[in-house]
Write a protein that binds this ligand. Structure first.
Ligand code: AGP
Length: 608
């Protein structure tokens, strides 16, 4: 996700801003920019690509003199990477500059209102709306102006702002996106994350939601959403820079697991308005949705696993036939496609060679294509007819977690939308689904709180040689992802199996003490899977069951039970995967594996 920095003090601001942005590079970005007050004007310099480009353009900041400024590394969400879309953004008279990390959910409505008031926009971003909104409400008092926009902007933001006629100050405010303030000996700083300020200070203030910070060279003032001054205590950071980049987590994978509530919220909320699903980027009329004869979901790895789950949901809820393919298979099997088919390519990176080739095959055969992609402006995002972004932010760990969870909810939204448009579910049922979907973030948060219990269980299986994951229906799809997570980060052989298929051969592999994780979240299949558990245990397996709260009968059948909160049967994947992610993570850590960069693997497989 984006990174913001700001500085005001005795030193030249630009080099400090560039240095701070370099400490946020790990967050992933595609463009960068800085704004510095040079004593007369606010000067802005932006550049697409690596931070090095911006540093070279500004001779490491030397061409931008001034002692106060803000900076930004952009992870594109609204509008592809470009100079116009890069931050900082000005108001029209260039008397205000702003940088932003987060997603303004009502930016289109605000933009329309501002355009009606003759405001001209230079970019496609949600952030530029903030710059003009600040201009619209500004009557000379920055804090009062900031409180006004806080009451009108919906979504998540960490903002850094400078006002030309308040040159001795830097302003910052946050809601749901991280923001810290550093109190240095020769100046004060703002940043999205601790690494950006550690070189200058370890005295940090963590800004809470809807708090405003006003920095001068010497002091820092804090205000609430009503513009009243508040007191805050600083914290002394004792992390080293490496730990700080992971936000204090030991690995990026763990950090990203704990970001899942937020990425699910960020992917869901902008697409649920007045209790209706609004997927503007889909660009398909109801008639076009009704005319779709068949859906093909094509992907690799974990993305493919979300597609297997989505098949059960589209077919169960919308009664549309769905075929799910591994991209490496799809691209060579001469698939039968036509214009009444929709091919959905799912890809975190948007650069996976097999998935990109599958997309091109689908287009060549005249099918409609939709990308569900995390990286804005990536090849699959650009080449698909339509793209639906998963706003998970950059995923650093090779093993996907938060992007996988965001892909799931994107597919849930599509399935509910299609079912509703095709008249397969009522308005009331849509309301029920949306209620369940909007509870998922807090339920994921609750499950992440079980990490000690799962770590304790995982430590028993560090020496395991073979682990099986079994389930039926959506539970089989969940098993696939659980198995892949364990394999890719702990190097333990594992296999996912349809529980009903075990007796056709594979059950011969079960020995005394073999660990089998049984996923049992589909109520109508409880009894069937429980009988498989009994078969497995009678052959010596140790069965870990992941099941819904309230499923007491499982206690008698399994050796160890992990419960997930109640949700709609179609959405249990988002919850059941959490304990399985944690299990794999702690087995890998216990084995001393390189969790974030497992052997033989790449984050994006851009070759066949
Ligand atoms: C999942 O943990 C792996 N990193 C891998 O299976 C990944 O999901 C697969 O390579 C697809 O990548 P993509 O989503 O970027 O296309």
């Amino acid at each position: 996700m984006c990174g913001i920095v700001g500085y005001i003090g005795e030193s030249q601001a630009a080099p400090i801003l560039l240095d701070g942005l370099s400490k946020l590079e790990y967050r992933g970005y595609d463009s960068a920019g800085i704004a510095v007050y040079d004593g007369e004007n606010i000067r802005v310099q932006k550049a697409v690509g690596r931070l090095k480009v911006l540093s070279e353009l500004t001779h490491d900041g030397a061409t931008m003199p001034g002692i106060s400024g803000i900076g930004h590394t952009r992870w594109a969400t609204h509008g592809a990477p470009s100079n116009d879309n890069a931050h900082p953004h000005y108001n029209q008279t260039e008397t205000i500059a702003v940088v932003h990390n987060g997603i303004i959910e009502n930016y289109l409505k605000l933009r329309k209102r501002l355009e009606q008031k003759e405001y001209q926009f230079l970019s496609e971003t949600d952030t530029e709306v903030v710059a003009h909104l600040l201009d619209y409400y500004y009557k000379g008092d920055p804090v009062e102006t900031i409180t006004k926009i806080m009451h009108r902007v919906e979504g998540s933001y960490a903002l850094g702002i400078i006002f030309k006629d308040h040159p001795g100050k830097v302003y910052a405010v946050r809601k749901d996106s991280p923001l810290i303030v550093g109190h240095g000996k020769d100046g004060n700083l703002i940043a999205s994350d601790v690494p950006a300020v550690l070189k200058y200070t370890r005295e940090v203030y963590f800004i809470q939601n809807e708090e405003i910070a006003v920095l001068t060279k010497e002091n820092i003032g804090f205000y609430n959403v009503d513009g009243e001054e508040i007191q805050k205590e600083s914290t002394t950071i004792d992390w080293d820079i490496n730990a700080a980049e992971k936000g204090g987590y030991e690995h990026f994978m763990l950090k990203e697991m704990y970001e899942q509530p937020r990425t699910v919220r960020d992917t869901l909320n902008p697409r649920i308005k007045d209790n209706k699903i609004v997927i503007e980027e889909l660009g398909m009329s109801d008639e076009e949705i009704q005319a779709i004869r068949k859906i093909h979901i094509v992907a690799c790895g974990s993305a493919y696993h979300t597609g297997v789950t989505a098949k059960y949901i589209f077919e169960g809820m919308a009664r549309i036939p769905v075929e799910v393919d591994l991209a490496s298979e799809f691209r060579y099997r001469n698939p039968i496609l036509g214009e009444e088919e929709l091919v959905i390519i799912i890809s975190q990176s948007g650069e996976t060679a097999d998935s990109l080739a599958a997309l091109r095959e689908a287009k060549a055969k005249g099918a409609k294509t939709l990308g569900i992609v995390n990286v804005v402006g990536s090849s699959i995002a650009r080449e698909a007819d339509k793209v639906m972004y998963t706003w998970a932010g950059p995923e650093i760990a090779v093993a996907t977690t938060k992007a996988y969870s965001a892909q799931l909810v994107a597919e849930y939204l599509l399935a509910v939308k299609f079912a509703q448009v095709r008249g397969k579910i009522t308005e009331e049922e849509v309301g029920g689904f949306l209620k369940d979907l909007q509870k998922l973030p807090e339920q994921i948060e609750m499950l992440l709180g079980n990490q000690e219990k799962i770590q304790h269980f995982a430590n028993r299986y560090i020496a395991a040689k073979d682990v099986f994951f079994v389930g039926r229906g959506i539970d089989y799809a969940i098993s696939m992802e659980g198995s892949l997570k364990l394999k890719e980060i702990s190097y333990i052989h594992s296999e996912a199996y349809a529980a009903g298929e075990l007796k056709h051969g594979t059950i011969s592999l079960i020995e005394e003490g073999t660990l089998v994780a049984a996923v049992v979240t589909q109520e109508e299949l409880y009894k069937k899977t429980i009988s498989n558990i009994v078969e497995l245990r009678s052959r010596g397996a140790f069965v870990l069951a992941v099941t819904n709260a309230g499923n007491q009968e499982i206690e008698k059948a399994a050796d160890y039970v992990l419960y997930i909160p109640q949700t709609n049967k179609y959405f249990t994947n988002s919850l059941a995967i959490i304990p399985l992610q944690l299990f794999s993570y702690y087995v890998s850590v216990g084995k001393g594996c390189d969790v974030d960069k497992p052997r033989n693997l790449a984050k994006s497989v851009t070759v066949e």
